[in-house]
Design a protein around this ligand. Structure first.
Ligand code: NDP
Length: 246
């Protein structure tokens, strides 16, 4: 059975900018029903208009993934409106780079809350639905920083991204066999992510490092590739980086 994108109901967290926004547009151009979730409603509303202009059917649901009740509402509203969920793209993320010695505990907590707990909330709500449907596809956005640790400064961010790969692997084992799990590991991609550090030295080094960045649609195309495989083909992991990145 060939997979397809047309008509699929696809929830995208962190859809208001960067990779999430680009993916929403790309999937809309392939006639997906995209559910746009993030905190900045005005950006989601603007993106929704762009999705419509390329042939998509977007739905905006303002969501803070660190609030379990928000994620519950995101999933229940989607199910009530469309009667099914085909794909959950767990994409919302924060990269607050700083050396461990600065003890920026509040930023470590934010990264754990968004990058790990936010992703787990999505899995908690959507997995029972996928099990009932006996189909569904999780796409979890990790990073090249989930494969190796960039130091100094990248330790906690990498910790969250390593965790996403571990959770994805466990999810693939535990979910029923018709449910797919894909981990996407981007290298440096041009987006707002690089501005997440409050440590001026780390911020400057990240901005310099990001001069080699590739555009977000490079990742959108990889996500679409995983979705459009035949339903019995599960692309487990894709690593994408600029040719210049080590
Ligand atoms: P952006 O900063 O452009 O996008 C991050 C998105 O996450 C925004 O839409 C933001 O929306 C959303 N977000 C942040 N906090 C929350 C929250 N509490 N609840 C809901 N949404 C939230 O970065 P990217 O597009 O680059 O990042 C997307 C993913 O890709 C992240 O997981 C990132 O770690 C990963 N990645 C990115 C790489 C890169 O180089 N850019 C490389 C490897 C991985 P809002 O503020 O409106 O809530």
């Amino acid at each position: 059975m060939m997979g397809q994108i047309t008509g699929k109901v696809i929830i995208i967290t962190g859809a208001s900018s960067g990779i999430g926004a680009s993916t929403a547009l790309y999937l809309s151009s392939k006639k997906a029903i995209v559910v746009l979730a993030a905190r900045r409603k005005e950006l989601l509303d603007k993106l929704a208009q762009e999705c419509i202009s390329v042939g998509g059917r977007p739905l905006v649901i303002p969501t803070d993934v660190t609030k379990y009740n928000d994620v519950k509402k995101l999933v229940s509203t989607t199910l009530a409106k469309f009667g099914k969920i085909d794909v959950l793209i767990n994409n919302a993320g924060l990269m607050a780079i700083s050396p461990l010695k600065l003890s920026k505990v509040d930023e470590w907590e934010k990264m754990v809350d968004i990058n790990i707990k936010g992703l787990l909330y999505g899995i908690a709500e959507v997995l029972p639905i996928f099990e009932k449907q006996n189909s569904g596809h999780f796409i979890n956005i990790s990073s090249v920083a989930g494969i190796k640790v960039f130091s100094p400064g990248g330790t906690v961010y990498s910790g969250t991204k390593f965790a996403i790969r571990a959770i994805s692997e466990g999810l693939r084992h535990e979910a029923s066999k018709n449910i797919r799990t894909t981990t996407i590991c981007p290298g440096v991609v041009d987006s707002e992510l690089k501005f997440g550090s409050t440590d001026p030295t780390s911020l400057q080094s990240i901005i310099d490092f990001y001069k080699q960045a590739i555009p977000p649609d490079s990742i959108a195309r990889a996500i679409a590739y995983a979705i459009e495989q035949p339903t019995n083909v599960d692309i487990n992991e894709i690593v994408i980086r600029p040719t210049k990145q080590e």
